[in-house]
Design a protein around this ligand. Structure first.
Ligand code: SF4
Length: 323
């Protein structure tokens, strides 16, 4: 059974033209010990989908439909208090900017200790020992001294390690990681991704929902990938199959734009056109204005979701039958 089962999620944003869907009929599952990449260009709805699952939306957003089952509980039907407790105990998040999760006025040691005292019920002495252990796990040297440092005294990569220490401190069943390495250089990026895999998946068998615009990151760490375009999931599959044989023209275009492919072909690939905004999403298949394979029907009808082979899903008229 899946750890997380999201069904038919639709989230709307308030615009000058009224409520408009940022995420439409999104469904996916996440198993224990699995890393699922939610990938797409900026504005495709991937962060909104993930934040909806945690009900972390601003006042200008509302969940219009859907369910998100974690075990036997529908997160979207829970009240705020229950959800807040669940977010500390069973679900964690890390963000692109670790400062989002860190209070600049409090030492990082106090912040980690506060989290474990609140959620694990440890006394001060045990919380300090736990904080030191966590600092060592995320690769912070001289942890005794670093406990009394403030967030601004850390580099971006080290601050992300602290945020990761807080995120894993209560042994969460699931981590949502929103572009956790986008602001970091390639070497540090690889280190943080390795830590996520080791500390969450290998050691705790937690599930990770990784939001990224970067298929290179997906290739490094994810087991499966869900590709989003204009608020909808257009393709899902295991990473190896999707990279070897992308079924949706948008997935193919993203892969063609990867640097390794550019080098191999000696040409720079880009995806023609732009991602439509919330208020100007095209009818039918939203990708049709940019799609080299578009047919007349693509402009008027939403393509059905089909499963051409086990574990693969795609929404495109080029694929019409389940396997
Ligand atoms: Fe292209 Fe049509 Fe498939 Fe959309 S449904 S990706 S426009 S071929």
């Amino acid at each position: 059974m899946s750890l997380l089962d999201v069904r038919g999620l639709t989230t709307e944003f308030r615009t000058e033209q009224g409520w408009r869907p940022a995420v439409s009929d999104v469904s996916f599952t996440l198993d224990p010990g699995e890393i699922l990449g939610l990938v797409g260009e900026s504005g495709c709805g991937k962060s909104t989908a993930a934040y909806s699952v945690m009900k972390l939306l601003g006042a200008n957003a509302r969940i219009a439909a859907g369910e998100a089952w974690l075990g036997g509980e529908n997160l979207l039907a829970m009240d705020d208090n229950a959800l807040r407790k669940l977010r500390g105990d069973r679900l964690s998040m890390i963000f692109q900017d670790p400062a989002t999760a860190l209070d600049p006025a409090i030492t990082v040691g106090e912040q980690v200790m506060e989290t474990v005292r609140e959620h694990l019920g440890l006394d001060r002495r045990a919380a300090r020992a736990r904080a030191l252990e966590l600092f060592r796990q995320v690769g912070i040297s001289d942890p005794e001294r670093r406990l009394s440092a403030y967030p601004h005294q850390f580099s971006g990569g080290m601050a992300q390690r602290i945020a990761l220490a807080i995120a894993i401190s209560c042994n969460p069943e699931m981590l949502i990681a929103d572009e956790p390495t986008t602001a970091l250089d390639v070497t540090i990026q690889a280190q943080i991704l390795r830590l996520i895999k080791t500390l969450l998946v290998t050691e705790r068998r937690s599930a990770v929902l990784l939001i990224t615009h970067d298929l290179g990151v997906v290739a490094q760490i994810c087991d499966r990938v869900a590709v989003m375009y204009a608020g909808r999931i257009v393709e899902v599959g295991d990473v190896r199959s999707v990279f070897a044989d992308p079924l949706h023209p948008y997935t193919r275009a993203l892969l063609d734009a990867l640097p390794t492919h550019e080098v191999a072909r000696g040409a720079l690939a880009t995806i023609e056109g732009r991602v439509p905004g919330l208020t100007d999403r095209p009818s039918g298949c939203s990708f049709h204005p940019r799609c080299p394979h578009a047919r007349p029907v693509c402009a008027t009808e939403l393509p059905p979701r089909v499963r051409p082979s086990p574990g693969r899903e795609v929404s495109c008229v080029l694929h019409t039958a389940d396997g």
